[in-house]
Design a protein around this ligand. Sequence first.
Ligand SMILES: [Zn+2]
Length: 109
Amino acid sequence: MKWKRKRMSQLARESMTHLFDLAEKECVHHPERAHRYVKIARDISMHTRVRIPHHLKKKFCNKCHHFLIYGRTCRVRTKSAKVVITCLDCGNIMRVPFVREKKVGHSKR
Ligand SMILES: [Zn+2]
């Protein structure tokens, strides 16, 4: 039973990554398809109770769930150790702190 759940979550993550890849390809010419892929990925996440991988979470608006195309459907600004992403479809503002990345960058230098 345990391995089955593990396999399922792995499959879910794989298909979510695949869906976001597709969304990225389609977003320029068919944004509505990209939004649909995001919806399917969210449905998979909810049904299997597998979280959407962290790096994919930043790729869609958490209010209207539209796929975010940087510089096209969203505006990205940095402000005091935070990345501020504004969705141009619904005006939702998301803040992603990058303190950790900043520290990593410093220690490397
Ligand atoms: Zn939005």
